[in-house]
Design a protein around this ligand. Structure first.
Ligand code: GDG
Length: 474
C-alpha cells in the first residue's frame, strides 16, 4: 500500500514505544498515562508548538488501535504481533543489537528470521510515519530498534527532513563488523539528514563504519551519499549528549514532601548509617555484579563496617522474557543473599536489594539520601541516573562514583571516575568517597550541577532540531 500523499503533522517522532503507559482504573477500565521518561518531557513543547504526532508501539502484542490524542499529542500505535515481539524486539533488538553495541559484554545472537522481522517491522514504522507527516515535515527517529526507518522513509517521502538519534553507544568497527547485515544497517541510517550520537566517539565509530562497510568517506562530520536518482545528499553525524529536566528534579528534591520522605527513610535505614546507592535497570551492561563484588570485598576486609554504612541497590525489572536477563537476575540475587547472610545483623541488613520500579518522587528521595551514588556500567550510552543524582543535590552534598565507560563521564569530569573492571580501584574509590570532606564534595558537585542545569534535555532537543533544520550551519 502506498501512503496517502501527505498527512497533516509538521513534526513526527518515531520511537519503539509510545510515550504513554496503560493504567487500570478502579472501575476496571483502562486508560493511558504519560510515561515518566525524559524524552517525552523534552519533546512535548515542540510537539505542542508544531502540531506533532508520535508513532510507536503500545508494549502489548497483537493490539489494533486507532490513532488517539493524549497530552496534546497525536499518538499513532504501530501493531506488533506476538511473533514480532519475539523476533524483532526481544530477538534482534535486545538479543543481537543491544549486546553488539555494548562491546559484546555477552555474545550477540545472529538469526536470519530475527533480521527478517526487524526489516518488516522497520518498514511498518516508516510507512506509519510517511502517512502522518505533512509535506516537508520534520521527522525524528529514535534509537537502535529503528535503524532502517530513515532510508525506508526517504524512499516513501523524499520531501521530509529526517533526523535519527542513537541512545546507546555505536561500537568500534572491529565489533560492528560481526553483524551479518552491517551494510544494510549503515544504508538504513544514511537515509537521515542528521544522525545524533551520545559521544563524539560514537559518531566517529559510525563515520568509520561508513567507510569500511559501504566505502563512503567522511569530510569532517559529513558524508556525501548518492540517491538512486543520482542526486547527491549530505548526511551529518555528530554528538548531541542527551540530558534530563534538571530544574524539575531540583524543584522536586527541594519540596517539603521529599524532605519529609528523606527523614523517614533515613530513620528506617538506621540513622546515622551512611548510604551508598545504586539505581539501574537490571541489565548486564550496568556492571551490578562488579559493584557487588567490590562492596562485598570491602565488607570482608573490614574496610566498610555494615553498622555504619548500608548499600541500597534498586534494580528495576527489565526484559524479563530474555534468557540472559533471567540468568543475570539469579546471579545478582545469589550474591546479595550471600552478602547479607555473611554481614547483616537482625534489623540491619548490609544490602537492601529492591527489585521494583518506584515513583519518581521516591527516586529523588533516595538520591537525596545517598552519601555516595555508584554507577559502574561496563558500557552505557549516557547514564541518566548519574545526571539525576547531580540535579537532585541542591545541597551540594554527596559523591558520584562514575564509570569511565558511560557517556556521562565525558561531561561529569568532577565525579570520581572508575574503571569497573578494576575491582581494587573501585574499592579504593568507594572508601575515598565515603571519607570525602564536605568542602570537596561541594566543590565537585557545584561544577557538575552547573553543567547539568545549563545543558538540560530541552537544550539537547533544541540543538538537535536546530542542526536538522539548518544544515548550512553544520
Ligand atoms: C538508555 C541508554 C541513555 C530507573 N528505575 C526507575 C526509574 N528509572 C529511570 C532513571 C532514569 C532511567 O530510568 C534510566 O536511564 P539510564 O540512562 O540510566 O539507562 P537506560 O534505561 O539503559 O537508557 C542510556 C538513555 O537511554 C537515554 O538516552 O542514557 O545510556 O542505555 O531516568 O531514573 N524511574 C522511576 N522508577 C524506577 O524504579 N520513576
Amino acid at each position: 500500500m502506498s501512503p496517502r500523499p501527505e498527512g497533516r503533522y509538521e513534526f513526527v517522532v518515531v520511537a519503539n514505544r509510545l510515550p504513554v503507559d496503560r493504567v487500570e482504573e478502579p472501575d476496571g477500565r483502562s486508560d493511558w498515562r504519560q510515561s515518566p521518561g525524559g524524552l517525552v518531557t523534552a519533546l512535548q513543547p515542540v510537539m505542542q508548538q508544531a502540531d506533532g504526532a508520535w508513532i510507536g508501539w503500545t508494549g502489548a502484542a497483537d493490539e489494533d488501535l486507532e490513532p488517539f490524542d493524549h497530552s496534546h499529542m497525536r499518538l499513532v500505535p504501530v501493531r506488533l504481533s506476538g511473533d514480532e515481539v519475539e523476533k524483532f524486539y526481544e530477538g534482534f533488538s535486545n538479543g543481537t543489537l543491544w549486546p553488539l553495541y555494548h562491546d559484546v559484554i555477552v555474545p550477540p545472537t545472529y538469526h536470519r528470521e530475527w533480521w527478517d522481522s526487524y526489516v518488516t517491522v522497520n518498514r511498518r514504522f516508516a510507512q506509519a510515519a510517511a502517512e502522518q507527516a505533512a509535506e516537508g515535515a520534520t521527522v525524528w527517529v529514535q534509537d537502535y530498534q529503528l535503524q532502517l526507518v530513515p532510508a525506508e522513509l526517504r524512499r516513501l517521502r523524499p520531501d521530509l527532513r529526517i533526523g535519527f538519534f542513537n541512545h546507546i553507544p555505536f561500537p568500534p568497527y572491529e565489533i560492528f563488523a560481526q553483524l551479518p547485515w552491517r551494510r544494510q544497517v549503515i544504508e538504513g541510517l544514511l537515509g537521515a539528514d542528521l544522525l545524533g550520537f551520545q559521544r563524539g566517539q560514537d559518531a566517529s565509530n559510525f563515520l568509520r563504519a561508513c567507510r569500511r562497510a559501504v566505502g563512503l568517506t567522511r569530510r569532517g562530520h559529513t558524508i556525501v551519499v548518492r540517491d538512486p536518482q543520482g542526486r547527491s545528499r549530505r548526511v551529518h553525524a555528530r554528538a548531541f549528549p542527551i540530558s534530563i529536566d534538571a530544574r524539575a528534579l531540583d524543584r522536586l528534591a527541594r519540596s517539603e514532601e521529599t524532605r519529609e520522605r528523606v527523614k523517614a527513610l533515613r530513620s528506617e535505614l538506621g540513622d546515622p548509617r551512611l548510604v551508598v546507592l545504586g539505581v539501574d535497570r537490571l541489565d548486564y551492561t550496568k556492571g551490578i555484579q562488579h559493584r557487588l563484588k567490590a562492596y562485598g570485598e570491602l565488607l570482608e576486609d573490614g574496610r566498610v563496617d555494615p553498622s555504619e554504612v548500608v548499600l541500597v541497590q534498586v534494580a528495576t525489572p527489565s526484559r524479563e522474557r530474555v534468557e540472559q536477563y533471567r540468568l543475570l537476575r539469579d546471579e545478582i540475587e545469589l550474591t546479595v543473599g550471600r552478602l547479607n547472610g555473611d554481614h547483616s545483623t537482625i534489623g540491619l541488613p548490609a544490602v537492601h536489594y529492591l527489585h521494583h520500579s518506584y515513583p519518581r518522587e521516591e527516586m529523588v528521595a533516595l538520591y537525596q539520601l545517598a552519601d555516595v551514588l555508584l554507577v559502574t556500567s561496563l558500557r552505557d550510552g549516557m547514564n541518566l541516573v548519574a545526571k539525576e543524582y547531580v540535579a537532585s543535590r541542591y545541597d551540594e552534598r554527596g559523591v558520584l562514583v562514575l564509570s569511565e565507560f558511560t557517556g556521562a563521564a565525558d561531561e561529569l569530569t568532577n565525579a570520581l571516575l572508575v574503571n569497573p573492571h578494576d575491582i581494587q580501584g573501585v574499592k579504593d574509590t568507594i572508601v575515598r568517597a565515603l571519607q570525602m570532606p564536605e568542602r570537596e564534595q561541594a566543590r565537585r558537585m557545584r561544577t557538575m550541577r552547573k553543567r547539568i542545569i545549563e545543558y538540560d534535555v530541552a537544550r539537547w532537543a533544541r540543538e538537535f532540531l536546530h542542526a536538522l533544520r539548518h544544515p548550512e550551519d553544520e
